[in-house]
Design a protein. Sequence first.
Length: 721
Amino acid sequence: MDASSIISPLNDAQRLAVSAPSQAMLVLAGAGSGKTRVLVHRIAWHLRINRLSPQNILAVTFTNKAAREMRNRVEDLLNISARSMWIGTFHGLAHRLLRQHAKQAKLPETFQVMDSDDQLRIVKRLLKAMNIDDTKWPPKQVQWFINAQKEEGIRARHMADNGDFFHRQMLAVYKAYEELCDRSGLVDFAELLLRAHELLRDNDDLLNFYRQRFQQVHVDEFQDTNTIQYAWLRLLTEGNDNLFVVGDDDQSIYGWRGAKIENIFSFQRHYPGHQVVRLEQNYRSSGHILKAANILIANNDSRMGKELWTEAGEGELLSLYAAFNEQDEAYFVVEKIRQWVRDGGLRSDVAILYRSNAQSRQFEERLMTTGTPYRVYGGLRFFERMEIKNALAYLRLSANPHDDASFERVVNTPTRGIGAKTLDDMRILAREQALSLWQASIAMLDQNRLPARAATALRGFLNLIVQLGKDTEGFALYETVKHVVEASGLIDLYKKEKQDKGETRVENLEELVNAAKLFDYDSENAENMSELDLFLTHAALEAGEMQADSDEDCVQLMTLHSAKGLEFKLVFMVGMEEGLFPSQQATDDPGRLQEERRLCYVGITRAMQQLYLTYAESRRLYGKDSYPRPSRFLKEIPAEAIHEIRMRANVSRPVASVGTPTTKLGSTGKYRLGQSVRHEKFGEGVVLQTEGEGEQERVQINFRNAGIKWLMLAYAKLDTV
Ligand code: ATP
Ligand code: MG
């Protein structure tokens, strides 16, 4: 493999970026223009042409999935093993650093990563212990405050009391929270980044070591880095000018989580010798899709300004479907997917993208009913399910008894008679004497401060945890997990739970054992971590990656946010409604509205061949009914790029004018749209749409009692009413 074969699959601008001499580089380009491809080939270039070893490469991507893909692509391109290359997410890499240098990072070797749920639990507990009114200082807001400070690199001790009472309380909780985490060996997501930054900043030897090791540093999706992530990159590269970043200001969608588009400008200031490369050809989407994206995003101001073009033809028009309600929407989408599969398409080439996780349920139900395999990324993810978190908490505690979040979680699950009073006393003692809950329990038992029954119960719990650790010594990971879910009493607990729910929970616990069995323990790159530690970290960082058999061909469900960087042949953007997308909070904040529009741009540009946009005229979400208006983004897309598929029971306009090539609407000869019919089994209903011809002709009917159904006209016994 020589230079020409690395750059031959690239266009001129891409070649320029890939083969440039070592220098700071900014590739600024729109969606689908090959930024990620450039990054992969740049790494290959360094390895093969500049003779760097994989160890000398650092690459930051946006998801673990993207990181794996990048590694594979480099390996395929060069036919080498790139295992020793540091490639991952900011959080994953920060975690790796902290594990390797726990002591210098002032962390216990056994520190545990907690997710945002655990974090919220701790905040709630602190508010209670500190007697702070949680209606005035809502736990979520406190959590947000803490994370926002950390993302800016600000510790509680850096913050001055500004005289405001509200602020003073926030600060007090932040401080108490930091103390508690230190005491329990707990690290939240924002802390991973902040601590990794401090580690390098405050240890010159370490910093020099890594600056020498990582001769080339690469970042994908640079527009979504936050302050502390960028500061970390600067520590590693400033002065060496070896930072290579690719990004798109139009795809910055994490401002609400502290991401700074401004980092693109800062980069240009901090690396004065940098080169900028712009890519303008889009290789992903067909013409209409690209045009829709270009025109939509032009509604934003203060853009760096790019226009994409494609050599691909115009392709299919975008399709727009107005559903009656969320069920009809799911029905429509799943039918289209089934059609796609019948026509020979792969399910894994199809994505359903939504604004909010709660929207996935309707689609999941419909996919399940029709026996269509699917996979949900994010949302109520496998590792976030209650029973799984309980099992993980037992595992965590057996590895580190001072993990307060886990202690809280399972001390009384299954119930073992440890009352609220005992727990309150324990928390107070822990807080007063700066102990972990584990230590506080032991102290209370030693001092005979508990009534006999409570003492027995608590002692039983402590013994159980110690015993779990002893019993599983020398076990393989999956044996440990299996033993812990059984011996903790969790399996029995859920077996007793009634109906399907308990059964599902037991199945999920079994799936956890399975996940442990399949867990890919890469001992070479494990740093000092045990297999269990690595598995637990994986659970915290990579939630959701193991819930479906990844070999199976399945439809992909995810939020618009998690679709960033990915591409699919067939894309459905669902719930295109005011109040949902753009979200309610964004509708009266111009800055946020622009971020929502960028999110819409991200969504549209995921589609390669076909894009469906859907909205519902009535929607039940979070237990509330609403009658939303179609999203303003729909109006911003040029009408001539959109094909409207409209099928309403009470159409008020001539049906003939809304026919589409894929779905024939209106009169079928026998049935009119909106016509009332009666079926001998399903009762009365209204014709919604018809499809196919002759023998294959099918009609969709909304039955008053039986819901929406498709029937083959040749067989259905229908009477007109
Ligand atoms: P996003 O902004 O969405 O992350 P991107 O700029 O990173 O997009 P890529 O994912 O790298 O774009 O590329 C988009 C698609 O175009 C991929 O399928 C990629 O393989 C293909 N592609 C990129 N460059 C070329 C090229 N020069 N020739 C052929 N195909 C290309
Ligand atoms: Mg990309």
